[in-house]
Ligand binder design. Structure first.
Ligand code: ADP
Ligand code: GN1
Ligand code: MG
Length: 374
């Protein structure tokens, strides 16, 4: 048993009837500290996920857990209503003995989830089928939550995908140039400025109500999807720390940003980086097969812009961070944030180059709520 924390004491605060037999580090998450608890219960040996919440990033744990509690409760009811397995197809919080969603031991915050057995969260996409399954998982997540009133959620990371605000932050970093790096990245700054018309493409539509606010996950990577070990099919979406009100196009777009690239996010050799259109189509197909009929025609049309914007936004965030001295994104080598900026901007260029084709596919592909061309 790991002895970093008093796990027996932590365990006793959660409503689990049994005896804690073991508790060890688990998984490869980078944000929280995750453990697997093995518990001897009447029904046999049962595993649970215990997480020490990263309260440096998520400073208001009450708000964070308010979001997670509401979303997991809603998902469980939706899965039950469709005759699915609510202990497997969504995250389930185990409450504390006094009905709370987390336990504070005086210095750390802990929460417990039911362990989703016989499933794996892969770190990278092994083949296009994984990417398709990732799309099914996030499409289904949106579908399960389509009736949920997103205004009940707190914005735990305010303006997370407000591209206009991100652009203002970028301009401020250019202006202040605290590290004297501005000259070195003038070409990248010029590129970002020349594409600033992108910023309002979704934010403005949310403001006018043309695109609805929904529950968004905001970290739609493959390692946040549990995939069934035997069938290779998506089981559930995990890691709900960043659930917030947002546009469905953001979640779709962020998956495309990370998954439909030919190379790593920080690939230094830009000639290796290009947008893999066929993976975009695979994701679109999976997403539309699962998202259901609540996706609106306006949202379908905006899916390609979701991908472009998430990539542009990430690019300007990397560039901002470089200008500010690499203070936000973890770097292992000098200029890593410049390499990251380059890959994102190259992908945006590629996507803009095939925007018509991307839009055509988003509008005409079957699944979801089919819509007509303008
Ligand atoms: P982080 O926010 O640090 O990325 P995650 O919530 O994604 O943390 O969890 C880290 C890892 O723990 C996941 O990649 C997965 O392997 C495992 N994990 C998380 N929740 C569960 C669960 N309910 N059942 C099984 N494994 C889980
Ligand atoms: C951060 O650390 P990770 O990979 O979960 C960032 C995302 C970026 C991503 C780029 C909370 O996510 O928004 O897209 O880096 N998460 C936060 O690699 O800022
Ligand atoms: Mg994770």
């Amino acid at each position: 048993m790991n002895t970093e924390y008093d796990f027996q004491d932590i365990f006793r605060h959660f409503s689990i009837e049994g005896e804690l037999a073991d508790c060890e580090h688990y998984g490869e998450g980078l944000i929280n500290e995750t453990f697997c608890m093995t518990v001897r219960e009447k029904r046999g040996t049962v595993r649970y996920i215990l997480q020490k919440i990263n309260n440096k990033l998520f400073r208001d744990v009450d708000k964070l857990m308010h979001n997670i509690r509401l979303v997991t409760e809603w998902c469980r009811k939706s899965v039950e209503a469709r005759g699915g397995d609510p202990m497997r197809e969504c995250l389930n919080l185990v409450l504390t003995r006094d009905g709370g969603s987390y336990y504070f031991d005086g210095s750390h915050y802990f929460r417990v989830y039911v362990f989703i057995e016989n499933a794996v969260a892969y770190q990278s996409i092994r083949d296009p089928r994984d990417f398709y399954e990732c799309a099914v998982a996030f499409g289904d997540f949106s579908n399960l939550l389509s009736g949920f009133d997103a205004s009940q959620l707190y914005e735990v990371l305010p303006d997370f995908h407000n591209t206009k605000v991100r652009y203002q932050n970028f301009l401020r970093a250019v202006e202040q140039d605290v590290c004297g790096r501005r000259k070195e990245v003038q070409r990248e700054i010029d590129w970002a400025m020349a594409h600033s018309d992108l910023c309002g493409k979704i934010v403005d539509k949310i403001a006018t109500g043309e695109i609805p606010l929904r529950v968004t996950h905001n970290d739609t990577k493959i390692n946040n999807v549990m995939i069934d070990k035997a069938t290779g099919k998506a089981v559930a979406v995990i890691d709900l720390d960043t659930v917030m009100p947002g546009s469905l196009c953001y979640d779709f777009g962020d998956s495309i940003r990370f998954g439909a690239s030919s190379a790593a996010e920080d690939e230094p050799n830009i000639s290796k980086v290009f947008f893999r259109y066929e993976l975009y189509e695979a994701y679109l197909r999976g997403y539309l097969s699962a998202v259901g009929n609540t996706i609106t025609p306006q949202e379908r049309r905006a899916l390609p812009y979701g991908a472009i914007l998430m990539t542009y936004e990430c690019g300007i965030r990397f560039l901002t961070d470089y200008l500010e001295g690499d203070v936000y994104f973890r770097t292992r080598r000098a200029k890593q944030n410049i390499d990251r900026t380059h890959t994102q901007f190259k992908l945006v260029d590629d996507m803009l180059g095939c925007l018509d084709k991307m839009e055509e596919a988003a509008i005409t592909m079957t699944g979801g709520n089919v819509c007509k061309k303008d």
